[in-house]
Design a protein around this ligand. Structure first.
Ligand code: NDP
Length: 284
């Protein structure tokens, strides 16, 4: 039976560290602030934003919410971003995605000052990740690396397989694993013989967005299985991309959903906000 990688425990460890750093900065007269923009009334986005604000408050980070109506124009949104880019008390800017369809997410990301881009979505920051010289780490993949580290899971020389190649999860995940000397394969919807590839994985990361996509027969005995997926099953219950019951019989370590990768994403966001505050105040 696999050992559970407990995202709540690891994220608490990270958040405790962030809180201490925020306190230390406070003693130097530096406060840490995050602006959170939400457009429209998508219930999932509202939950994410509320969770992020709550985590900020617990860590001593001042969060400002900008809740804009569904019919907000691109011009209005960009003008708010411009204002926040210049606002000294705001160290990090987060625009909750997805945005309503009439708004151009790419343009929104491009307009956030890279120094305040705590999600690390801006091309400048993704470029830095590519060359391995970065200030901000992409929240979900970095959270996963933190979990592996916490449980002393070796990546060097291991076969790592990432299913999914999105800009926010799959691609940066592959980069971070590569930087930690894993041999990385990235799979996607056009990949042939997926099971053959995943069965070679010592570390398998599933970021697909499909319930029970990874079944037990796709997993090598003793593999470390990281489930990024957030899906709702037929009963409306939260579940990942991995068939947990089957996978836990084969894996050595596994992340549950909920309580696995999810809490780590928020913890890394807080960490990035502190990094942003330090950079903007020229503090090492
Ligand atoms: P995307 O939809 O952007 O990407 C999904 C990826 O899965 C794509 O690269 C797609 O391939 C690939 N894929 C789809 N079908 C198959 C298939 N049959 N075989 C192999 N690959 C396939 O999703 P995200 O990366 O944004 O998110 C993935 C999941 O992770 C979602 O459930 C999301 O909710 C969750 N998530 C969780 C977070 C957390 O904090 N825990 C944070 C972010 C996301 P192709 O490129 O060819 O289309």
């Amino acid at each position: 039976m696999a050992k559970i990688i407990d995202g709540k425990v690891v994220s608490q460890f990270v958040k405790d560290g962030v809180k201490k750093e925020v306190e230390a900065l406070g003693k130097k007269g530096v406060s840490v602030g995050l602006a959170v923009i939400i457009v429209g009334s998508d219930p999932a986005s509202r939950t994410y934003v509320n969770n992020k604000k709550k985590a900020c408050a617990e860590a001593g980070i001042i969060s400002e919410e900008y809740a804009l109506p569904e019919e907000t124009t691109m011009q209005e949104l960009l003008s708010l971003i411009k204002e926040l880019n210049q606002k000294k008390s705001v160290n990090g800017i987060l625009c909750q995605l997805p945005l309503p369809k009439h708004l151009d997410e790419k343009l929104v990301i491009e307009n956030i000052d890279p120094k305040k881009d705590v999600d690390a979505f801006h091309a400048v920051n993704t470029g830095h990740i590519m060359i391995g010289d970065y200030s901000f780490l992409p929240c979900t993949p970095a959270g996963i690396m933190e979990m592996l580290d916490y449980y002393n899971i070796e990546t060097q020389g291991k076969n790592a397989v990432v299913i999914g190649r999105s800009n926010i999860v799959g691609k940066p995940m592959a980069m971070l694993l590569l930087q930690k000397n894993a041999t990385v394969t990235v799979c996607h919807s056009k990949t042939e013989n997926l099971g053959e590839i995943t069965r070679r994985a010592d570390i398998l990361v599933a970021a697909v967005g499909k319930e029970k996509f990874v079944t037990g027969d796709m997993i090598k005995d003793g593999a470390v299985v990281i489930d990024v997926g957030i899906n709702r099953n037929g009963e409306g219950k939260l579940c990942g991309d991995v068939d947990f019951e089957q996978a836990e019989k084969k894996a050595s370590y596994i992340t549950p959903v909920p309580g696995g990768v999810g809490p780590m994403t928020i913890a890394t966001l807080l960490k990035n906000t502190v990094t942003a505050a330090k950079l903007q105040n020229a503090i090492e």
